[in-house]
Design a protein around this ligand. Structure first.
Ligand SMILES: *Cc1c(COP(=O)(O)O)cnc(C)c1O
Length: 429
């Protein structure tokens, strides 16, 4: 009896598409999504009691490994003292201090409950601060599902073939200018023609929602220089990259001080916490200090903050990122070598605990490049690995994640299984 299939049928009868977030439905790879029963360390188990080595990591948060005993203990302790107060707590200060210590550009910080809220609020602040309406985003970058950001966004939207969403009025999205990622010339042109109307540029500094595509050095420089010249704000959306590509996020790698930053995923350690923050003079616009309204009943929730604080503590222990990067590189290089051996057009890259693999010989540098990857091979690889007990993200447009619980042995196991999979695909596809 396949319980995954049974549950999927039940779910579809009451939940749209059977899932509470679209990519979970396996729409782009086909087949039955695995209903997860439990997770521990580098592994997840489905409702058929199959175990998988997990490279989804809850789409990023699980950087210390699933159900880390110290994080679980912190959550239980906090829960015993009450689940939510709707009043300030001391740990919210500690959390904000910890974030600022790690990402000094975030001089003032507001906690929220999802990445979507963080980016939506950051955009509102940028518009409030500059008094301008237009914003720039890049094709293939995903910044959550608020109206003005659902234009040519990545992953779930790309794989379903909808570059944007129904239900978003033209009047909302007409202030969102979309440019190709890593295209310095397009950026220069738009700033030359209408720079003074642009409130902000929001960017995934290392994109992870059209698979993983890093911004080039020239692109990063142009972003910072042009926004500064034209009085526009630069927003680094580090909801995925924060504490993932390096402790201090992409901004620490780029040596860039964004005006505003959004973070999420890892800072909740698996619980719903996200944040936006940045220059103190800009954040002074946020209510109750300033005129930009922003609020949340469960913002800074004590149980979630406890999970986040403990996670931030663990990732700052000695050698955390050296080891994580080394493991991720082992996997990324290993996969590339095996695919090469099997004569399959394939490339990979990794930064910190994040990696991308692409069924194309040339590394992609923008969304258009990603569209040239071989989807048939991706699907075959995905399902072959899943049936052997390795779970990658169920879409070619997603990045993958390694956690501190992925030991060298687990990476080696993965590579052994991948060797079998590549041989099988080379034979059958
Ligand atoms: C996941 C993600 C978001 C949205 O976060 P949610 O918590 O899913 O709302 C925003 N921006 C980026 C870069 C993300 O990866």
């Amino acid at each position: 009896m396949d319980r995954n299939q049974q549950l999927f049928e039940q779910a579809k009868a009451i939940i749209p598409g059977g899932v509470n977030s679209p990519v979970r439905a396996f729409g782009s790879v086909g087949g039955i999504p695995r209903f997860i029963n439990k997770a521990q360390g580098a592994y997840v188990w489905d409702e058929n009691q199959n175990r998988y080595i997990d490279y989804v990591g809850s789409w990023g948060p699980a950087i210390v490994g699933h159900a880390h005993p110290e994080v679980v203990a912190a959550v239980c302790q906090a829960a015993e003292k009450g689940l939510s107060f709707g009043a300030p707590t001391e740990n919210e200060i500690r959390m904000a201090e910890e974030i600022r210590h790690i990402m000094p550009s975030m001089e003032q910080i507001r906690l929220v409950s999802s990445g979507t809220e963080a980016t939506m609020s950051a955009i509102r602040v940028a518009r409030g601060f500059t008094g301008r309406d237009n914003i720039i985003k890049f094709e293939g970058c995903y910044h959550g599902h608020s109206d003005s950001l659902l234009v040519k966004a990545g992953s779930g939207l790309l794989t379903f073939g909808h570059p944007s969403s129904a239900g978003v009025p033209e009047d909302f999205s007409c202030h969102t200018l979309v440019l190709p990622y890593n295209d310095v010339e397009a950026l220069q042109q738009i700033f030359t023609s209408q720079g003074d109307s642009i409130a902000c540029v929001i960017v995934e500094p290392i994109a992870g929602n059209m698979n993983m595509i890093p911004a080039t050095t020239e692109f990063v420089k142009a972003l910072r220089t042009l926004t500064e010249q034209h009085g526009s704000l630069l927003i680094y959306d580090e909801v995925m990259t924060g504490f993932r590509v390096a402790l201090g996020g992409a901004q620490s790698i780029h040596g860039i001080k964004p005006d505003l930053t959004t973070i999420g995923k890892i800072i909740g350690g698996g619980m719903p916490v996200a944040a936006f923050g940045g220059r103190a003079d800009i954040m002074a616009c946020v209510s109750p200090l300033g005129a930009v309204y922003q609020a949340g009943t469960l913002s800074g929730n004590p149980v979630c903050v406890a999970a986040g604080l403990k996670t931030l503590e663990i990732i700052q222990r000695p050698n955390f990122y050296t080891t994580l990067s080394a493991r991720t590189q082992e996997l990324s290089n290993g996969l590339a070598a095996i695919a090469h051996e099997a004569n399959i057009p394939f490339s990979t890259r990794s930064i910190g605990g994040m990696f991308g693999f692409y069924f194309t010989a040339e590394l992609p540098n923008c969304f258009a490049d990603m569209q040239h990857c071989n989807q048939v091979l991706f699907k075959a690889f995905f399902h072959t690995m899943l049936s052997r007990g390795v779970a990658f993200a169920p879409s070619a447009y997603e990045a993958c994640f390694v956690s501190a619980a992925h030991s060298s042995e687990i990476i080696a196991d993965t590579l052994g299984l991948a060797a079998e999979a590549f041989t099988e695909i080379a034979r059958t596809v």
